[in-house]
Write a protein that binds this ligand. Structure first.
Ligand SMILES: [Fe+2]
Ligand SMILES: [Fe+2]
Length: 292
């Protein structure tokens, strides 16, 4: 693989301007770092990162002509903002000129500018690496986005899409509809993980069941399950093991037993029906800072 990588680097060094080449190297390194973090194949990640901008040196008119020559279908949105076409034509070049046959690599190249709903892991890795690579600057909140890339990739993709769309709208630039669809998708993923009406009750003086209850609600059963998955995933990363989960299948009231802390996640109807805050009103309602 190293021979292929070295050959590609030499080729790209000749074609791309020095800053674009430097960006390309940085993206491929960050792709491998993210691949290590998320247990993805390092070679595929490095290759996708290295080639992602291999068609970036073509101007708008030129790339439209090249796409048409190869019978690559162009959407109305791509014709309105042809800057995104280097991704589509780059994937074609990778397949036909650089002999890349790996569909995951080609797809990650294809979607690296607009993103798309429900991206594969490699698509998210390349999309994110392109935004956070070390040479990137003058991007709002970059410090936090870089950190998020290594802790919650979906949330990171959401923040990148949000920033990018806000930036394009502030400039009055056209936004490809696939980017809007991607944003809507990851906004939903983002909100599905967030609980509503979170309350924490200190029950140490009124029960031996646990020290604290954390109560939250979601709008429907799939959101309730997504919230529980998120709690389990995030606490798991910090070394907290859930002893027992009850009610996951029906998902109108899921109970997660962390020993001293019991997490209750309800749908809205059951939150009102069971009204744990009323039953445990002898406990003390506290805020998150007090719990920490
Ligand atoms: Fe690009
Ligand atoms: Fe790029």
């Amino acid at each position: 693989m190293i021979d292929v990588i070295m050959e590609l680097r030499n080729d790209l060094k000749e074609k791309l301007n020095p800053l674009r080449y430097e960006h390309t190297l940085s993206v491929s390194f960050i792709c491998t770092a993210l691949a290590m973090r998320y247990s993805y194949n390092l070679d595929q990640a490095e290759l996708a990162g290295l080639l992602h901008d291999c068609a970036k040196h073509y101007g708008n008119e030129e790339i439209i002509k090249k796409c048409r020559k190869q019978d690559i279908l162009l959407t109305d949105d791509e014709l309105k903002a042809p800057v995104v076409l280097h991704a589509k034509y780059g994937a074609w070049l990778a397949e036909h000129k650089y002999n890349v046959t790996d569909q995951e690599v080609l797809s990650a190249m294809r979607w690296h500018t607009t993103g798309r709903p429900n991206m594969s892991l490699l698509e998210k890795i390349v999309f994110t690496a392109d935004y956070i690579e070390p040479r990137r600057e003058r991007v709002p909140d970059l410090f936090n986005i870089r950190s998020l890339a290594f802790t919650d990739l979906d949330e990171c993709v959401y923040q990148i899409l949000k920033n990018t769309l806000e930036y394009l709208e502030s400039k009055g630039s056209f936004v490809d509809s696939v980017s809007n669809q991607a944003y809507a998708y990851y906004k939903q993923v983002h909100s599905d993980k967030k609980g509503e009406d979170i309350s924490i009750i200190d029950i140490r003086n009124v029960s031996v069941l646990a020290d604290y209850f954390i109560i939250a609600s979601g709008t429907n059963s799939s959101q309730v399950q997504a919230m529980v998955d998120n709690v389990e995933g995030e606490l798991g990363k910090k070394g907290y093991v859930c002893k027992q989960v009850e009610g996951y299948q029906t998902a109108n009231w899921i109970l997660m037993d962390y020993g001293d802390i019991i997490v209750h996640v309800f749908d809205k109807e059951n939150r009102l029906f069971y009204d744990l805050e009323r039953i445990w009103r002898d406990g003390k309602t506290i805020d998150v800072e007090q719990l920490i």
